[in-house]
Design a protein around this ligand. Structure first.
Ligand code: M6R
Length: 364
């Protein structure tokens, strides 16, 4: 039932404050991440020295964000790979490596094949972050952390992604606690997590503004998404969403790569979408934006007010709520979901059932 919404995708975008709260429920206390959420076998948290994350599509993008969190908070090496690559190559597995899969459906053929291969490779253990409790992935993994997003009908994944990120943040903090994260820092992170549903709600308030902005994309054939740090995977996810449902060719680059090639594409017909994080990279990103503006590119900037960016010639500004840095990838996802949704509606495509795509990719 779509309720008051025209499409499942929009209903699912608007469910995010509620399902993120459901994902946090019982997993954090007033001051701590509750390791009991990993079940009776949470002992792996003490032993893990390395993390391998394997997934496909949007779930892979969630994994890419987690790499930043695990290396930053826990100081442990983390590698992320698409399942269709992982499953067919020889993999080096260092001692005490956690094998972590991400999947909304838990039925993605490549992800299942990767898990089955991993089980022969001497990993510390296997953990699945998944949305479907009765899925094959959950059944075949040693440990599970459910995302609790409820059924996702739209082929373009939205609430499954932000709950995967929430579950990954819980996991990253739990691993970090065993690797020297102070009680004070843990408390601050838990406080931040508790605010997430409200932040996502605040991000949804830009819906009407984003709808207006999306009209400008109706006649575009290409778009370039730029992000730095953990915002780079969010750029990848924004580009994937736009491709999937509006059929506009979109690419994402780490902003620092601009001069190494993609800048050649920039002209008046190329919209550039930038997610501006509120951290030390702001100045660098501003200089990338100048490079684009100097070539007549149309800049769409998503940032919080404290960045002092605003709409002016060549810049179309969308405000994102100001949040703790660790949460920025989650909160910045919301306006990009809304953008792709509204562009698709303007273009008249089938939002919930994009051509050529299936909700669950159960064959190779
Ligand atoms: O069910 P999974 O999370 O394993 O699915 C992986 C991808 O097929 C999926 O995320 C796909 O990329 C979505 N259509 C993205 O919106």
């Amino acid at each position: 039932d779509k309720g008051e919404f025209r499409h499942y995708m929009m209903k699912e975008i608007y469910e995010q404050p509620k399902v993120i709260a459901a994902c946090l429920e019982g997993r954090i206390s007033e001051s701590k991440v509750l390791t009991s959420c990993f079940g009776a076998d949470s002992g792996f948290l003490k032993e893990v020295e390395n993390v391998h994350i394997v997934a496909c599509g949007t779930s892979y993008h969630a994994g890419l964000v987690a790499k930043y969190w695990i290396e930053d908070l826990a100081g442990l090496p983390c590698s992320v790979e698409v399942a269709s690559e992982y499953r067919y190559r020889k993999v080096a597995v260092p001692k005490n490596t956690l094998f972590l899969t991400l999947s909304q459906s838990g039925e993605t053929a490549d992800t299942l094949a990767a898990l089955r291969k991993a089980k022969e490779q001497g990993y510390l253990t296997t953990l699945a972050i998944c949305n479907v409790p009765s899925s094959t992935l959950v059944r075949e993994s040693a440990l599970t952390l459910l995302t609790n997003a409820g059924a996702e009908i739209g082929v373009a994944s939205t609430k499954a992604f932000t709950t995967q990120l929430t579950a990954l943040l819980i996991t990253s903090v739990a691993i970090a606690v065993e690797n020297g994260l102070s009680a004070e820092k843990e408390q601050a992170l838990v406080n931040a997590m508790r605010s997430l549903p409200a932040y996502v709600n605040a991000a949804l308030l830009q819906d009407e503004h984003i709808q207006k902005v999306s009209d400008r994309f109706a006649n575009k054939h290409n778009a370039l998404f730029l992000g730095r740090g953990a915002m780079y995977p969010i750029a990848l996810e924004g580009a994937l969403k736009l491709k999937e449902i509006s059929y506009i060719h979109a690419e994402a680059y780490p902003a620092g790569e601009l001069k190494h090639g993609p800048l050649a594409l920039v002209d008046e017909d190329m919209p550039i979408i930038t997610m501006v994080p509120h951290n030390g990279m702001l100045d660098k990103l501003k200089s990338n934006m100048q490079e684009v503006a100097a070539r007549g590119g149309e800049l769409y900037v998503f940032a919080d007010r404290s960045t002092n960016l605003h709409s002016e010639d060549n810049i179309i500004f969308t405000e994102v709520p100001k949040v703790e840095g660790i949460l920025e990838p989650i909160v910045h996802t919301i306006p990009l979901q809304l953008l792709s949704y509204h562009v698709a509606v303007v273009k008249g495509t089938d939002v919930d059932q994009p051509r050529n795509l299936a909700k669950s990719v159960t064959v190779e």
